[in-house]
Design a protein around this ligand. Structure first.
Ligand code: ADP
Ligand code: ZN
Length: 518
């Protein structure tokens, strides 16, 4: 098998002249017979990386994909393009499944899409064992890792499946979102050697990242849609209730809008999704239930009205803007209190304690993202283990406010944290610094500390924001899960010793106020 043959299929079957970055490299590995991991951004063209081999290999390519609701559409689209493909998932009864298996036996199909849950059925695995499977494509491969943000237990069955299939198929894992830890995990579980990883990088240079803090959501969204009246986009919110509310708000203003969340019937969801895909509505307001696998190329903006739980989820959702490569916007509307919603989700979840702690830590990264004054793109890439230069496009790179020297205030905050022996979180630290007189402070005699009230001319809220800033910039770190406590880092120690100055861009309004009790 060679790339020339692949190039031929690319042109004749899919109608494209050239490979996208990464596709060629992935195909080279696959044709060399390697188990391969492909990390490519959303919209990067992962599907062709297994569809082309599927057409060129003798046997059948099995595609494991969690996108059950889209399987039929994906398969229909392939069939329309002359690619013989079928799917097996829970929407089919056993006789229908047997029909499809029989057709697969006859060699009627080159591609078989299956839901991961199928792999847990012994009957199905036995049937699969009878087929000449030569490639196993694992889509959304990050779902296999408990370190990822979308762990699906049924993916764990994959490693057993690979060992048990008599044809010992080659594996191609694909994902748009994998930290180094997740990538290592995928490779370990699926038997992929480290040098068979193709990573085209996470940078999306047509995506403009923006963080907007403490704004009125409704006003912001309405103003935005007023200015961008001919742009299609998605607005994400954390709860069904907020999705319902925003949808009502927009339709009242005569904006063409559809909504999507798990509380709607399958039929309504499908209808709304299609309205958005086929440009019958301008805006989709949705929870995170919407979007995986949706191939709408002209999404110009993704606004998060509330902060999501992890940076991986954020970047994946934001990345649904601009799949066509044209300039697009990803805007996060951030309010610290929205973190509480995600906190609540973690509290209520059925995860064990270890996983909960991990989830709290991931949430803290989101708060750091919202509070950093460095390049937002750089922040995200660094999180995924990639070094980069400032992007020049994001709201922080574009922020031309003058940076102010806040070394003295920083020293006050850091010494207070040390006085409190790193046992308290942001709230108490800010209260002590501003000299609050509530019961908890008095009961614990925190008003006796030498740092008590040393910032009493500032509001508790703005001291809290300074603490967020110092955490995001690495002078402080927030440790522990549900009730995180603050610690001074090595970098912070340097500030205390006077070896390091701290600069911060500040809102243009006056920061200092007359003394007041918060
Ligand atoms: P993802 O990586 O998110 O799975 P897809 O495989 O759905 O991305 O591809 C995104 C879009 O890019 C699809 O519309 C696909 O047809 C298109 N595409 C993929 N490869 C190429 C290529 N080599 N040239 C042009 N368009 C391509
Ligand atoms: Zn930037």
């Amino acid at each position: 098998m060679d790339l020339a043959a692949a190039q031929g299929v690319l042109k004749t079957t899919f109608g494209y002249d050239d490979f996208r970055p990464g596709q060629r490299a992935v195909l080279t590995h696959v044709f060399a017979g390697d188990n391969t991991l492909a990390i490519m951004p959303t919209g990067g063209g992962k599907s062709l990386c297994y569809q082309i081999p599927a057409l060129l290999f003798d046997g059948i390519t099995v595609v494991v994909s969690p996108l059950i609701s889209l399987m039929k559409d994906q398969v229909d689209a392939l069939n329309d393009g002359g690619v013989p493909a079928t799917y097996i998932n829970s929407s089919l009864d056993w006789p229908a499944i047997q029909d499809r298996l029989a057709a697969l036996h006859r060699g009627d199909y080159k591609l078989l899409y299956v839901a991961p849950e199928r792999l847990e059925s012994t009957a199905f695995l036995q049937a699969l064992g009878q087929l000449p499977v030569d490639l196993l494509a694992v889509d959304e491969a990050h779902c296999i890792s408990q370190w990822g943000h979308d762990f699906r237990p049924s993916y764990l069955a994959l490693s057993t499946v690979i060992q048990q299939l008599p044809t010992h198929p080659q594996v191609l894992a694909l994902t748009a979102t994998a930290t180094e830890q997740v990538a290592t995990d995928i490779c370990q579980q699926l038997g992929i050697a480290a040098d068979n990883e193709v990573n085209t990088g996470f940078e999306r240079n047509n995506l403009n990242l923006t963080v907007v803090k403490n704004q009125d959501t409704d006003r912001y969204v309405l103003d935005y849609l007023h200015v961008n009246a001919d742009a299609d986009g998605i607005i994400y919110a954390s709860t069904r209730k907020e999705v319902d509310r925003l949808t009502a708000l927009l339709s009242k203003r005569k904006i063409k809008v559809a909504k999507y969340h798990a509380g709607l019937t399958d039929e309504v969801r499908r209808q709304n999704q299609e309205d958005f895909l086929y440009d019958r509505v301008q805006v989709m307001v949705a929870t995170n239930a919407f979007g995986m696998g949706i191939d709408k190329s002209n999404v110009r903006f993704v606004i998060h009205a509330q902060v999501p739980g992890t940076l991986e989820a954020y970047y994946q959702e934001a990345g649904r803007a601009g799949r066509d490569g044209l300039p697009s916007e990803a805007i996060l509307l951030y309010r610290a209190q929205d973190l509480q919603i995600q906190h609540f989700f973690i509290d209520q979840s059925e995860m064990d304690e270890v996983h909960k702690q991990r989830a709290y830590q991931k949430l803290q990264v989101m708060s750091q993202y919202a509070n950093t004054q460095g390049c937002l793109q750089q922040f995200i890439l660094a999180y995924f283990g990639e070094q980069s230069q400032p992007c020049g496009r994001c709201s922080n790179c574009q922020d031309d406010r003058e940076a102010q020297d806040v070394t003295t205030d920083t020293q006050k905050v850091l010494s207070c944290v040390i006085r409190l022996r790193s046992r308290y979180g942001k709230g108490i630290v800010a209260q002590v610094l501003t000299g609050a007189k509530n019961k908890r402070i008095l009961d614990q005699q925190l008003d006796q500390l030498p740092t008590y009230g040393i910032m009493k001319n500032q509001r508790q809220k703005s001291v809290g924001e300074l603490i967020d800033f110092l955490t995001a910039t690495g002078y402080l770190q927030s440790v522990g899960g549900q009730y995180p406590t603050l610690q001074v880092t090595q970098l912070g120690i340097r500030v205390l010793k006077g070896e390091q100055t701290v600069y911060r861009k500040m809102a243009r309004q006056a920061q200092r106020l007359t003394p007041e009790d918060d």
